[in-house]
Design a protein around this ligand. Structure first.
Ligand SMILES: Cc1cc2nc3c(=O)[nH]c(=O)nc-3n(C[C@H](O)[C@H](O)[C@H](O)COP(=O)(O)OP(=O)(O)OC[C@H]3O[C@@H](n4cnc5c(N)ncnc54)[C@H](O)[C@@H]3O)c2cc1C
Length: 511
């Protein structure tokens, strides 16, 4: 199966799609709910609504699992990436307690689905560990320890974290879990289809209009109506104030075979670095691997993304005897400005559209929780978590420097413009596999040369808010530094918030 990057994740290799999906376009039909986005959030939401008797359509621009759900590391942790000490500072103790309770509930929802539908996805309840390696980190760890206790999650200090990494202080917390995300999502999808749920893949939502009490959902090849629409696209696609309250980040992951079988951790492990490393074990027919992640940075703001893999590999080799590296991949997440995700109605004027975004590195948990909150809101109008996570709450606007500097006036150019061969030859003096934004007669071009020497030229102006995209040499994509929209070498949309591909320039003359 394909993912929104050039590199294959461990999950892609272990969980091929097994259900033949319908090719019906369903145009002009009416649905109780259209769920846009076929990751863990969309699939779980569509399933919950379908099981409750609603007629649902799950719409996916690519293939189910194409987004971050195939690029995750799949820790199921109630001790979230944002420390509870920060959540208490920003939102208060009572909210932080509810957040902790909601995270535990999400793990239980996954556990119950696994049990009820006998899902084989290597779900296992395990312990989580966090460790410090110097005095400064110890101080921070003590704060986190206190805060975890304050929100009602049991935690203790420990002298054993189960891996051969030296540390000075460590804590553990129970009731965490791990699983294979794609096996899980594909099994939920099977249940959804068996219960009458419909799926439309390889078709993208391009517009939604409120029309005579219903929502008209429009794509290139379809128009259908819905009573409710759920935007489960990881970030809201299109222009919305939420775009200005979310920061897009890339994170890097390796699946590593170790020489010593005793070195694989049973638990979920986190260090205290900035950005921190996260470790867990996973298994397939070939054996165990250590899944290690880290090296996060703002999307489109790292010149050489290959370095991130090099640094991560150096971290692993420093602590473990490595037999082989089976997979390297990176993926995208979105962080909100007040540490909590945005889940619920999109606006007061339009309570028929729902959104689920800003999960940071906890989208297995928050995606599942979104499904519960949004399906409760659609089915009953209420959710005990509605107030905490509402997208309508006051939260700060992100002051991203890059957005201000990059969001310049954009000169619109015509697709199909042709460029003089001689000039382009010069511009295209790139190594095979290299991409670059270059200037051409006072304008800019995003050019990429593939391994066979074919040159692709795109308008580098992001279709979302007009920033200039940057080349990502690890995933071979064009990434926007402002709101995280990403495009393939041919300009195809990989990640929102864009709804459209980049404009292409015709280089047929170049052959
Ligand atoms: C490296 C990394 C490690 C992570 N590790 C963890 C972890 O250990 N634990 C954890 O809980 N979380 C983790 N996360 C976060 C988590 O993986 C994500 O938050 C989660 O997968 C998001 O799921 P989703 O269904 O909301 O979005 P996605 O899986 O991204 O799915 C969105 C889908 O929407 C589709 N789409 C977009 N626009 C349109 C459109 N216009 N029309 C139709 N379809 C559209 C896309 O094609 C895509 O398939 C990690 C994230 C990263 C980057």
């Amino acid at each position: 199966m394909k993912r929104d990057g050039n590199l294959n994740s461990f999950w892609q290799d272990t969980a091929p799609l097994h259900l033949p999906l319908s090719k019906t376009i369903y145009s002009k039909m009416h649905f109780d709910a259209v769920v846009i986005g076929g990751g863990i959030t969309g699939v779980t939401t569509a399933l919950m609504l379908q099981l409750a008797g609603k007629k649902c359509l799950l719409l996916e621009a690519n293939k189910i699992g194409f987004g971050t759900t195939a690029g995750t590391s799949a820790h199921l942790n109630s001790v979230l990436d944002t420390p509870y000490s920060d959540i208490i500072d920003k939102c208060g103790k009572e909210v932080a307690k509810k957040v902790a309770g909601s995270a535990l509930e999400a793990i239980q929802i996954i556990k119950q689905f696994v049990k009820k539908y006998k899902i084989e996805c290597e779900f296992e309840e395990v312990r989580g560990y966090m460790y410090a390696t110097d005095e400064q980190e110890e101080k921070e760890l003590n704060n986190i320890y206190q805060a975890i206790g304050q929100v009602g999650l049991p935690t203790s200090y420990t002298s054993d974290i189960g891996i051969p990494i030296q540390f000075t202080k460590a804590i553990y917390f129970d009731q965490q879990a791990r699983f294979n995300p794609l096996k899980y999502v594909q099994s939920l999808l099977d249940v959804y289809i068996k219960n009458g749920g419909r799926i439309l893949e390889n078709e993208s939502m391009q517009n939604i209009d409120d029309e005579e009490g219903n929502l008209k959902v429009v794509g290139e090849n379809f128009t259908f109506t819905a009573s409710r629409v759920v935007h489960a696209t990881h970030t809201y696609t299109g222009i919305n104030k939420l775009n200005f309250k979310l920061g897009p980040y890339r994170s890097y992951v390796l699946a590593v075979e170790l020489q010593n079988p005793g070195d694989y951790p049973e638990g979920l492990i986190y260090d205290m670095k900035e950005p921190f490393h996260y470790l867990r074990k996973a298994s397939d027919d070939l054996g165990d691997v250590l899944i290690v992640g880290g090296e996060d940075h703002k999307t489109g703001q790292e010149e050489n993304t290959q370095y991130c893999f090099k640094n991560l590999e150096a971290f692993v080799r420093k602590h473990f005897a490595v037999k082989s590296i089976r997979n390297t991949w990176s993926s995208q997440y979105y962080e909100s400005t007040d540490a909590l995700p945005y889940i619920g109605a999109l606006s007061t004027e339009n309570p028929k559209e729902f959104v689920a975004t800003g999960f940071s590195g906890n989208g297995m948990i928050f995606g599942t929780l979104s499904a519960k909150i949004i399906s409760d809101l659609i089915l009953t109008g209420e959710s005990p978590y509605a107030d905490i996570y509402t997208p309508l709450r006051n939260s700060p606007i992100a002051g991203f420097k890059a957005f201000v500097s990059e969001n310049i006036n954009v000169v619109k150019r015509l697709i199909g413009d042709r460029f003089k061969k001689e000039t382009m030859d010069e511009l295209a003096a790139l190594s095979p596999g290299e991409g670059k934004v270059v200037s051409y007669e006072e304008e800019s071009l995003a050019i990429y040369k593939d391994d066979a020497g074919k040159v692709y030229a795109l308008d580098p102006v992001c279709k979302h808010a007009g920033c200039i995209v940057q080349w990502n040499n690890a995933e071979k994509s064009w990434d926007c530094p402002c709101h995280g929209a990403r495009y393939g070498i041919d300009g195809a949309m990989l990640n929102g918030p864009t709804r459209l591909p980049l404009d292409r320039f015709d280089l047929t003359e170049m052959k």
